[in-house]
Ligand binder design. Sequence first.
Ligand code: HEM
Length: 78
Amino acid sequence: MSFSGGVRACLGWRFALTEIQAFLTEVVGKFEFALTEKSERIRREPCMVMAPTVEGEVKNGVQLPLRVSVAPRTENVY
Ligand code: HEM
């Protein structure tokens, strides 16, 4: 649905998926993600796609509160 379908479907969808995969590989490898005190109140908001909001704070819009820190460097370089 994101890239539409049929004769006018997105010409760049394979490229876009490869880009996001490359980006995620970098981010997941270099950072650590931890839950916060708000994490139990995160819920899925259906609005064309699923978007995360925090219960009781929907007026603040889309948010996904996570604690992000730089991952310790390891000797394993892939
Ligand atoms: C997350 C990234 C992207 C999303 C969600 C997306 C989504 C879409 C959608 C929904 C359409 C159809 C629009 C319509 O129905 O008129 C479209 C068309 C198109 N997209 Fe993307 N797109 C993305 C990335 C890209 C990239 C990276 C490229 C090029 C490198 C690209 C090139 C095109 C082109 C050329 C069309 C027009 C196709 C046509 O009308 O025949 N898109 N895109």
